[in-house]
Design a protein around this ligand. Structure first.
Ligand code: SAH
Ligand code: SF4
Length: 393
């Protein structure tokens, strides 16, 4: 089987080049071609010796993920569905943010040149966040999460995690007709629990951070976890990046029923791990995510309990996420006024609290909806067969 060069961080690629009998610095050139310039083919790499290019072509590949579909929302949010084989698919979502001058609402990002309106949308693009997946399915099985309802299929490889970023960055650059970076932030908030795919995650994070790779700062790469405590400690040692923790409840009794992993790592242990993480973290706070479920965790008493739990315990910011409903959950989104009231209790108590804007509603790209279309494996397998599979060139 061919070696997939997307599987390597720079150190791994250097070791691979040595095995080929090449100098280590060749790895840096190769790495830059792949990640900075988006090369998918060795013949493009004109500053590498022909003999090396031939050697690479004989045994290595830069393996993209086949794109099964792409959808662009009215707000510019772009969602790709990638075929990962075996009837499984994962999604990545690009969320553009516009400068003050830009059309924040109703901005469509068609291929550049499609018309003056669209071009203005691109021109005012201010920063872009890519949300990527770490697993096909997820074993944690949170009650409110459609990926969780799907069950666990398999871990993605490092190359599959990075292929999502590689594809999005270079596809968007081509559309924008720019050689500048388009994606400024990466959040591991797609499908899967990243800390249950640790071995593949860490090299992928290193490539995102590497100056010869995507050059993102540690503050702009966020791992989101449902609370895999031992792996939080390892991430702090191996590759500290910004951390988001999916809390969703102020008490163990409630959290046990929403995030089954809580039975193994209860809230008190989780908060201790957050504080240990902060010793090495690039930001001086943890982001706690809290999905607002009507009549389940959204009462004023819940807000008071959350305030009492967190205040003075962990330096943090709260991010309230309006629940994105899907039929199998049997759960309902909290009314907007209920969410605002909840936020006020926290804010008045001195906790920085934001309410997440929902984006890409019209293409089901909001959190937790990623697996919506792929729940029925058979249907997806058939669909993937029907859809013309695109490869980058
Ligand atoms: N497994 C990790 C990261 C992926 S989920 C984690 O749980 O943190 C990313 C975020 O989306 C988490 O905060 C998760 O709780 C939230 N989420 C999942 N399903 C959701 C839904 N239906 N509506 C709103 N947010 C949801
Ligand atoms: Fe897995 Fe996160 Fe969904 Fe929970 S919320 S099932 S941990 S992807």
């Amino acid at each position: 089987m061919a070696v997939n060069l997307l599987d390597f961080d720079l150190e791994g690629l250097a070791a691979y080049c040595e095995r080929l009998g090449e100098k280590r610095f060749r790895a840096t050139q190769l790495f830059r071609w792949i990640h900075q310039r988006g090369a998918g083919d060795f013949s493009q790499m004109t500053d590498l010796a022909k003999s090396l290019r031939d050697k690479l072509a004989g045994e290595a590949v830069i393996q993209p993920l086949p794109v099964a579909s792409e959808q662009i929302s009215a707000d510019g949010t772009t969602k790709w569905l990638f075929d990962v084989g075996g009837g499984n698919a994962v999604e990545a979502v690009f969320i553009p943010e516009y400068g003050d001058a830009g059309p924040a609402q109703g901005a469509v990002l068609p291929p550049r040149g499609a018309g003056a309106e669209g071009d203005r949308g691109w021109a005012s693009l201010d920063r872009g966040t890519l949300c990527i997946s770490s697993q096909a399915g997820c074993a944690v099985a949170c009650r409110f999460c459609s990926t969780g309802h799907q069950g666990f299929s398999r871990n993605l490889t490092t190359g599959e995690i990075l292929a999502q970023l590689w594809w999005a960055e270079h596809t968007l650059r081509a559309r924008l007709q720019t050689s500048e970076r388009v994606i400024s932030n990466v959040v591991m908030m797609g499908m899967g629990e990243p800390l249950q795919n640790y071995a593949a995650l860490v090299p992928a994070l290193r490539v995102m951070l590497d100056d010869h790779g995507y050059g993102l700062s540690r503050r702009r790469v966020t791992v989101s976890t449902s609370g895999v405590v031992p792996m939080m400690d390892r991430l702090r040692e191996d590759c500290p990046v910004a951390l988001a923790v999916s809390l969703h409840a102020p008490t163990d009794a409630l959290r046990d029923g929403l995030v089954p992993l809580n039975r193994k790592y209860p809230i008190d242990d989780l908060l201790d791990a957050c504080n240990r993480y902060l010793d090495a973290a690039p930001r001086d706070f943890i982001t706690f995510e809290y999905c607002m479920l009507a009549g389940v965790n959204d009462s004023p008493e819940d807000a008071q309990a959350l305030l009492a739990l967190l205040k003075g315990r962990v330096p943090c910011k709260l991010n309230l996420i309006p629940f994105n409903p899907f039929p199998a959950s049997g759960l309902v989104r909290s009314p907007a006024e209920r969410v605002r009231a909840f936020a006020r209790v926290l804010q008045d108590g001195g906790l920085v609290t934001t309410i997440r804007k929902t984006r890409g509603d019209d293409i089901a790209a909001a959190c937790g909806q990623l697996a919506g279309e792929v729940q029925d494996r058979t249907r997806v397998a058939q669909r993937l067969k029907r859809i013309h599979v695109l490869h980058p060139s």
